[in-house]
Write a protein of this length. Structure first.
Length: 660
């Protein structure tokens, strides 16, 4: 199934939805009724060919069906989407609805006028004079004039259901489309003018046609009777009138006879009449009896201007009561509506119900019912306003006599308000009592907060002293670390020197061994020298003395070496002991340095922790101060709350509850 676009694309019959067949059905019924009457007039009066009339009618039907489908294109597109399209399509469909009556009326009336002109000017086979032609054209205009009164109500009725649904969607989406304003008074006046002008012009055109036709027939009959009388005069030997001619058969006019008005004679000797429309004359001939014919002629005045003036005056005189009746009806209908509109506008603009005048009406119809119901609605609103005024003054015992949703909701609101006031009253008392207790508790908390703040300030001072002590310990530990490092360095130098001393002592021991060995050999040599001196006797006495002296010297050297070795061993033992003690002292210095470093790190961490603790304690002091301030503010607020609770309880006493 092809879906036409919202812009009025090419619609097909299979794409028509509810709005299209409904509109075409109602308009088709109206069009069929008018078409039957017009076809009868065409076929019987204008003698239009039946086939040409049907073809022309089919063309005219196409001229209004196709535009109607195009104009309803946006509406069908929105309807086929089940209302799922956006706001733009909804606004386009609403605009199409409001443009439809005016646009379709112009197309429909234009189609009727066009085919009427074609039928009258080109397809009519009847011989028409100027008056008949004007009457036929006025008949076509009469149909066009009556179309607004016939077509617009039918079109609005046919499109009302879908238009109402579309308007509901507009309200649901909170859309306010721009719609052309058409006052009801103008619509009613247009309907009256359309009906009256169409009826008057139509009846006037028919009367003009009939009058012109009757005058033609009467004039032709008069001329024929005159020709017969003149023929009798000629046959009786009497003279001819000045405008009478006596003709031979060969001189007779050959203009055809108007078959609609008078049949051609069946015999050659019968009188006949000829209407010469070109020269506006009527010719009549009658046989004399001797083969000659009498020809009489007379000018024919179609009285076109008289007819037009008569139609104009008739239309003017006929429209005057129609216009007056339309104005009267529109006033009767729109008067109460206008008063209702004024009252509604005043109510919206001022919001005042007291003194609001009621809408007066004298008719007992739908408009009267509307005015009566509007007055009843004002009564309901005024009762609600009266009750609301009493409620505003504190009277919650007011009652409403009428029933309805508004009254029930107002009664429920008053009941709920009474319960709320009662709860507020009891709550105000409870709040006042609780505020007093809270105020006492807050005073205690304020004192405790002050004490806590003082304690925190003392803790802050202690933490600050602790931080200073930690800094001093850190400085002392740094000094110990420096001393320990210096001691370790000195101990390392001492160990090195003691080690060197041990090495030198070992070297001394080796030298003493050599010296002892030399002393032993010297002693041996001295002994051998003594022996040799003994053998030599007196000669060897001096040598013996020398040998003895050398022996004593060797012995002394040996004893000295022994003593020195003992001292060296003591020195070596002492060096070893000193080295061990020095190493232990170095280890102790190193341990001291490590301990000092650890103390320094610990004291630094302790200092940082102490600083953080000091900051935290400072923040806690500030928080405590803020808490104390907040408690003071809370105490002040509580005092205010207590005052407001007492004031609120005093206000609730001004309400008059149903239980009071």
């Amino acid at each position: 199934m092809a879906t036409p676009s919202s812009s009025g694309g090419s619609p097909t019959l299979s794409a028509m939805t509810a709005v299209t067949p409904r509109a075409m059905l109602w308009i088709g019924v109206l069009d069929l009724s008018i078409t039957v009457v017009v076809l009868l007039l065409w076929l019987t009066v204008l003698e239009v060919d039946a086939l040409a009339a049907l073809l022309l009618t089919a063309v005219r039907v196409g001229l209004w069906v196709w535009p109607l489908l195009r104009m309803l294109g946006p509406v069908r597109a929105w309807e086929q989407s089940s209302g799922r399209r956006g706001d733009d399509h909804l606004l386009i469909a609403d605009a199409a609805f409001h443009q439809l009556p005016r646009r379709f009326l112009l197309r429909y009336a234009g189609g009727w006028l066009a085919i009427q002109l074609v039928a009258v000017l080109f397809l009519a086979r009847v011989d028409m004079g100027a008056t008949q032609l004007v009457a036929a054209l006025l008949g076509a205009i009469a149909i066009v004039l009556s179309l607004p009164a016939l077509l617009l109500p039918l079109l609005n009725h046919a499109t009302f259901p879908i238009h109402a649904t579309l308007s509901t969607r507009l309200l649901q989406r909170d859309l306010d489309p721009p719609r052309p304003r058409t006052p009801l008074a103008q619509v009613l006046l247009l309907v009256f003018l359309s009906l009256c002008s169409g009826a008057i012009v139509g009846l006037g055109s028919m009367a003009a046609w009939v009058r012109a036709d009757s005058r033609e027939q009467q004039s032709m009959a008069e001329q024929r009777h005159r020709a017969e009388r003149e023929a009798l005069r000629v046959s009786a030997g009497l003279g001819l009138d000045d405008d009478t001619q006596l003709l031979d058969p060969t001189q007779l006019p050959q203009q055809p006879v108007d078959a609609r008005r008078e049949q051609a004679p069946t015999a050659a000797d019968q009188p006949r009449t000829i209407l010469d429309r070109e020269h506006d004359r009527i010719l009549a001939i009658a046989p004399v009896g001797d083969g000659r014919w009498v020809l009489v002629s007379a000018d024919y005045d179609q009285q076109l201007w008289q007819t037009l003036l008569g139609l104009f005056l008739t239309t003017l005189l006929g429209l005057t009561p129609g216009v007056l009746a339309g104005l009267a009806v529109s006033t009767v209908i729109t008067g109460p509506l206008r008063r209702i509109d004024d009252a509604t506008r005043q109510l919206i603009e001022t919001g005042r119900l007291r003194g609001q005048a009621r809408v007066m009406t004298i008719s007992n119809d739908e408009v009267g019912d509307l005015a009566h119901n509007f007055n009843r609605m004002l009564d309901v609103f005024e009762e609600l306003a009266f009750a609301a005024h009493h409620v505003a003054e504190g009277d919650l015992a007011v009652t409403l006599d009428r029933s309805g949703d508004l009254q029930d909701a107002f009664r429920a609101m008053i009941g709920r308000l009474a319960e709320t006031v009662e709860q507020i009253r009891s709550t105000a008392l409870e709040v006042a009592a609780a505020s007093a207790q809270i105020q006492a508790s807050i005073q205690e908390q304020e004192q405790a907060s002050e004490q806590q703040a003082q304690s925190l300030r003392e803790v802050g001072d202690a933490v600050a002293n602790l931080a200073q002590s930690a800094e001093a310990i850190t400085a002392a530990a740094a000094g110990v670390l420096v001393d320990a490092e210096q001691t370790r360095s000195n101990t390392d130098v001492t160990v090195a020197r003691i080690t060197e001393l041990g090495t030198q002592a070992a070297g001394i021991g080796i030298l003493l061994g050599l010296i002892a060995e030399i002393a032993e050999r010297s002693d041996l040599l001295a002994l051998n020298g003594s022996l040799e001196a003994v053998r030599a006797g007196e000669a060897g006495r001096g040598f013996a003395l020398v040998a003895a002296e050398m022996r004593r010297l060797a012995e002394r050297v040996t004893g000295t070496v022994a003593d020195v070795e003992t001292q060296v061993r003591a020195i070596q033992s002492a060096s070893a002991s000193s080295e061990a003690a020095t190493v232990e002292s170095r280890n102790l210095a190193q341990n001291t340095a490590q301990a000092a470093r650890k103390i320094s790190r610990e004291t630094e961490q302790q200092g940082m922790s102490t600083d953080q603790l000091a900051i935290t304690v400072h923040q806690v002091v500030e928080i405590a101060a803020a808490t104390s301030m907040a408690i003071s503010q809370t105490r002040a607020t509580t005092e205010g709350l207590r005052a407001h609770a007492e004031y609120l309880e005093q206000l609730t006493k001004d309400f008059r509850l149903p239980t009071d």
